[in-house]
Design a protein around this ligand. Structure first.
Ligand code: F0G
Length: 456
């Protein structure tokens, strides 16, 4: 059959909250025009993130009931450890409460203030913040196609490997403690990285003796794109592709809130024995004993089961198809999105939609707020509010002004997506009435989470 249906049935449901336009205007104003500050119960369809918002399977829930909550050496830890090692092949697995905690441990040990430069295809905001917080410099070396929303390319998350080599030569290998690749490239549209690119980055890293780590949050979605787009992988299973992908790296950071199919959790995994010892010592300070990190035993059970569920072919086919379905509806209505659609989200090109709003009046923020006012939808800005503030306190326009509609895993049905498309298209037709915004108060790091704004 042609229709790809949700590969599950629903046994437990949660009501969602309907509000009218007047109420939403009041609520958003009370939230200082920042959707992060809304109460979730005032949101109808919440596409703020695909992180930790997924529905767990009955298998995950039953594993959670059977968890072992021992402080040290619990059986839940060993299940978690063996699931991670089965997929990644890395020798050491250090549990953390979420992805950024793994980043914190890794970069605390690797980054020297004023010295280190970290290349990545595109740093996610917390990754960049951790590098900069430790005094390092985060450099994004994405291929040029990755910055052109309207250009089709099967692997727009690829790193520009010529730029990587020239960066290593300019900066000096001794100042590059680690090379990172984010799979899929979240900040660049959820776009995948090809196996060929991963292999090439790995070859360069080894040539210069630099450790190579993956930011693996959405590794399973990346594997599906490799299977369906990269010649030679059509007959491989997602787990075989995942094992090959990880085999080229020396380690990874992972937020299990994405392709771990869990509400919380993460890990740092790596091969180097000495580095692992240092990471464990630091994790005791910030996370907890090395056999639980920041997680309860039941969290580790959920992740252990979830990592393999994320690699299920039926699930991945449905997952990637449902994102593409939304992308097609918006594209058919004339809305510019990052093409092709990525794995976990559709990204609307707000610079293209709202040319009358200058970047430093935050067009993508404006569209995000309009989607809430129009239909109770919460999306997230990935533009100049998120990335515009420079470490020296100045403001610069972000490379792209995007609104991300992130799709939680296994949560919304096709009719939710149809409704969502209607709201976006309606907003698009009213686009000339949207106005810019001004920031009235904001912290100096990760300002989008708590900034206060007002419409101009
Ligand atoms: N790396 C990437 C590529 C991410 O997308 C995220 C989180 C992290 C690292 C950090 O993981 O949240 O578990 O600490 N992304 C979420 C998002 C928040 O909405 O895209 P975390």
């Amino acid at each position: 059959s042609k229709t790809i249906i949700e590969p599950f049935r629903i046994r437990s449901v949660e009501p969602i909250q309907f509000t009218d336009m007047e109420e939403r205007k009041r609520l958003l104003k009370e939230a200082r025009w920042n959707p992060f500050l809304l109460k979730a119960e005032d949101v109808l369809i919440d596409l703020l993130t695909d992180s930790g918002t997924g529905a767990m399977s009955s298998r995950q829930w039953s594993a959670m009931i059977e968890s072992d909550e021992s402080y040290a050496g619990s059986s839940s830890y060993y299940k978690f450890d063996s699931a991670v090692r089965d997929i990644t092949g890395f020798r050491h697995v250090i549990p953390t409460h979420q992805g950024r905690a793994a980043e914190n441990i890794l970069f605390s040990l690797m980054v020297s203030a004023g010295q280190s430069v970290i290349p990545n295809n595109t740093h996610f905001d917390t990754t960049r913040a951790h590098v900069e917080h430790k005094g390092g410099e985060a450099r994004d070396l994405l291929i040029a196609e990755g910055y052109r929303p309207q250009t089709d390319h099967p692997f727009k998350g690829n790193m520009d490997t010529d730029k990587l080599e020239s960066t290593i030569r300019d900066v000096g290998a001794d100042r590059i403690p680690v090379i990172m690749l984010t799979v899929t490239n979240n900040s660049g549209g959820g776009q995948p990285v090809s196996m060929a690119n991963i292999r090439e980055v790995s070859r360069i890293a080894r040539k210069y003796g630099i450790p190579f780590f993956l930011d693996a949050c959405r590794f399973a979605e990346n594997c599906w794109f490799i299977k369906t787009r990269e010649p030679g992988f059509e007959h491989s299973s997602p787990i075989e592709i995942a094992r090959e992908l990880f085999s080229y790296a020396d380690g990874c950071t992972m937020s299990a809130k994405k392709d771990g199919m869990s509400n919380i959790g993460g890990f740092l995994a790596l091969n180097d024995d000495d580095m692992a010892r240092q990471c464990r010592s630091l994790s005791i300070l910030t996370e907890g004993f090395p056999t639980y990190g920041g997680m309860a035993g039941y969290d580790m059970e959920a992740v252990a089961a979830g990592l393999h569920e994320a690699l299920d072919e039926g699930y991945l086919r449905y997952r990637i198809r449902s994102t593409a379905y939304l992308g097609e509806k918006l594209t058919d209505a004339g809305i510019a999105i990052i093409r092709p659609t990525g794995g976990h989200a559709v990204y609307i090109d707000a610079r293209e939609m709202l040319p009358h709003i200058p970047s430093l009046q935050y067009p993508a923020w404006s569209l995000t707020n309009a989607l809430y006012l129009t239909g109770g939808i919460r999306a997230v800005e990935i533009g100049s509010v998120m990335f515009g503030l420079q470490p020296d306190g100045t403001e610069r326009e972000a490379p792209m002004e995007l609104v991300r509609l992130a799709i939680p895993r296994r949560v919304y049905t096709q009719s939710h997506i149809d409704y969502l498309a209607e709201v976006v298209i309606h907003t698009y037709r009213q686009r000339e009435h949207l106005c810019g915004y001004r920031i009235t108060d904001a912290p100096s790091v990760l300002r989008h989470f708590s900034a206060e704004l007002e419409p101009l």
